[in-house]
Every structure is written in C-alpha cells, then in structure tokens.
Design a protein around this ligand. Sequence first.
Ligand code: NDP
Length: 257
Amino acid sequence: MSKRLEGKTIVITGASSGIGRSTAIEFARTSPKNLKLILTARRLDTLKEVATEITKEAGSGVKVLPVKLDVSKPEEIKGFVQELPEEFRDIDVLVNNAGLVKGVAQAPSIAEDDINLMFATNVTGLINMTQAILPIFKSRGPSGAGDIINIGSIAGREPYQGGSIYCATKAAVRSFTDALRRELIATRIRVMEIDPGQVETEFSIVRFYGDVEKAKKVYEGCEPLTPDDVAEVVVFMAGRRENVVVADTLIFPNHQA
Ligand code: NDP
C-alpha cells in the first residue's frame, strides 16, 4: 500500500484494455484509500466493466468515473476537465497511455488514414491531454504539483522495418516528454515516461485490423510482458516522494534484450 497516493485523483487514457486497464486496477489495489480514478477511452461499456471490477475489488475507498473520450478528437479534450463532476476535477496524475499501431507495411504503402490516426492518437492526443491538465497542476501554488506519465515505446528508441509511422509517433512522444520535463524543471510537476517492449494486449489485434490469428502469431515462441508488469512500474513512478523523478524507464521481456 502506498500512502503517498492516498486521496489522489488520477486520470488514465486508454483505460478500457491492456496497460491502461491494468494500471487503473494496480492504482486501486495499492492505494485504495480515498482514491479517485477517471478512466477514459472510446469504448464506454468496456470502461464501465473495468470500473465495476475495481469497485468490487477495492471497496468504497476508491471512486471510479468512466468517461468516453476519443483523444484523437481535440474538441472532445477541450471540454473534458470542465465537464467532470467537481469532485474529480482536482487531478494529481495524468497517465497518457492511449495509443495504437495500424498495419505493418513499408513506409510508401501506409494508408494516409492510418498515418493520420496514429499521429492524432499517439502524439497530438497526448499533447492535447497534457495541455488540458497542466493548468490544474500549475494552479497549485508557485511551484505547481502533479505527475504526467507518458507511455512511449521501445519503438521510439529502436525503429523497426514495417513500423516507421508508429516508431515516429513514439519518438515524438519521447522528444515531447524530454522537452516538457526541461520546461518544468524548477517546478514540482514531474514529467516521466515509460517505454515498454513487447506486451501482450489488444495492441496487436488492433495492429492487424482485428485479425486475432495474425495477432497471436506475434507472440509465438516468446514470452511477452503482461500489462500488469508495466502497470506496476507506472504506479511505482507515481508513488515516489515528490523530489524523485523516475524520468525514463525502459521495460522489456528478457528475449528482447
Ligand atoms: P491496447 O490496445 O490493449 O490498449 C490501447 C488503449 O488505448 C485502449 O484502451 C483503447 O481503448 C485506447 N485508445 C486507442 N485509441 C484511442 C483514442 N483515439 N482515444 C482514446 N483511447 C484510445 O494496447 P496496449 O495496452 O498495449 O497499449 C497502451 C499503450 O502502450 C499504447 O500507447 C501503446 O502504443 C503502448 N505500447 C504497447 C506495447 C505493446 O507491445 N502492447 C509496447 C510499447 C508501447 P478504446 O479502443 O476503447 O478507445
């Protein structure tokens, strides 16, 4: 149990599955006292299921608010904070997790719609969420306070063939995170990033446009991380005392080393 996270309000994007879902569950499991979780994604029904699961496990100390939010749509992010019930508006931690990859193809043949969707979700969505939440952090006294944890990827550091656009989006996340951390260096606002390697989630099903068989093949002969492996590190980062910044964390399964 982490006392430091007691009473915090945490917003997680892409909380309907995979790493985001596991992160929500892990926050609730480790800090069940007066925690407020705002779970966002496009699939509201799935978010509601996650919320029910958390409330059942963690008990009444955790309040969970599922919110339908498409981060690729700036107009939805604009009203996001203002439309939250008042008791959920004082956000302490933003986990920018929503993201996707579409297709595996050489750069010249990647469809324009897929390029736009990857950038709008993984990059612009993450930036817009950050801009929406930062004023709350900055309003907390002269030094501000709050945590931003961005989910990047090993792909942002080690580009691979067939993933040029996805890799470019995650390299952009990495640059944005680094620059923002420097801009906020004299404040109590922490900007952190975790870059996972291979994690078995719905990610690959989305990558192959819903083809479950193709997605399964990705994990044949290897043991990927579980979303819980990543979630534990996210919660660890948020739970450090405020002078400690776990800025930049690479986590991957042993076979990927
Ligand atoms: P999942 O597909 O399981 O989860 C992705 C989440 O993002 C879902 O909850 C999805 O919810 C949400 N999402 C997608 N597009 C949008 C959107 N436009 N607006 C709001 N939410 C959206 O995959 P992971 O858990 O694996 O992915 C989470 C993050 O981890 C991503 O940023 C991914 O790039 C990163 N990552 C994943 C790795 C892996 O191997 N799995 C490796 C490295 C990084 P919904 O469909 O309901 O909107």
